[in-house]
Ligand binder design. Structure first.
Ligand SMILES: [Zn+2]
Length: 217
């Protein structure tokens, strides 16, 4: 009888320990849940975007930056999803369907932030970086300002500031169901910007990732 009681007590204790461990695991994983960020490399596939005087395509530089931003964010512990990770795209060769597909992906994956990466181009002399966001959205204003601050640290070009998508509606920002921003990282038409974009891509990506991290902390 005594043996039976001890055995039952032992089984009960083991059971309690497992329950405790399971609860501890749940708490740990809940605490380490970080935001999911979608990185959108602008253009791609049929759409080359802007083109430099030397034949560089905007879509390729956007992708290089985007992949490095994602890598950096992953190292900070964020969940990262991409709209594309190569030059092959999952949407039809149609501008409106293309942009809508990117917005749909953001909604489907239920991301916390959508970051679109692009380059500017001008037939006139112009350089610098700028970010489009909805000025009525405090979250995206904060993250955009934070990224600009980080880009400033590399001192590679002009800070052209923030632009309001209520004045200049951009499809992937205006039609997104999640918080969205669009970064123009520099002018592909400017020699100095282009040199930096191609040769110091990692710095630009680091600035974007750090800016996101600092604003979400
Ligand atoms: Zn573009």
């Amino acid at each position: 009888m005594k043996k039976l009681l001890i055995s039952l007590l032992l089984i009960f204790c083991i059971g309690c320990t497992f329950t405790f461990l399971n609860e501890t695991n749940i708490n740990i994983s809940a605490k380490s849940t970080k935001e999911t960020i979608m990185i959108d490399a602008g253009h791609g596939g049929y759409d080359v975007g802007a083109e430099s005087f030397y034949g560089d395509y905007e879509k390729d530089i956007n992708l290089d930056i985007a992949l490095l931003v994602g890598k950096q964010l992953k190292s900070y512990g964020y969940n990262v999803v991409y709209t594309r990770t190569s030059d092959s795209v999952s949407w039809p060769s149609n501008n409106k369907k293309d942009l809508q597909a990117r917005c749909d992906l953001a909604k489907k994956k239920n991301v916390d932030l959508f970051v679109s990466i692009h380059l500017n181009s001008s037939e006139y002399e112009a350089n610098g970086y700028e970010i489009y966001c909805d000025f009525n959205n405090k979250n995206t204003l904060k993250v955009s300002n934070s990224i600009l601050k980080q880009l400033d640290q590399f001192d590679y070009s002009t800070n052209r500031g923030l632009l309001d998508t209520n004045e200049t509606p951009l499809y992937v920002v205006k039609n997104n169901k999640v918080d969205a921003i669009l970064i123009e990282a520099g002018f592909i038409s400017d020699d100095s910007d282009l040199y930096y974009l191609k040769n110091h891509t990692k710095n630009i990506a680091t600035a974007i990732a750090k800016g996101i991290k600092k604003s979400l902390n």
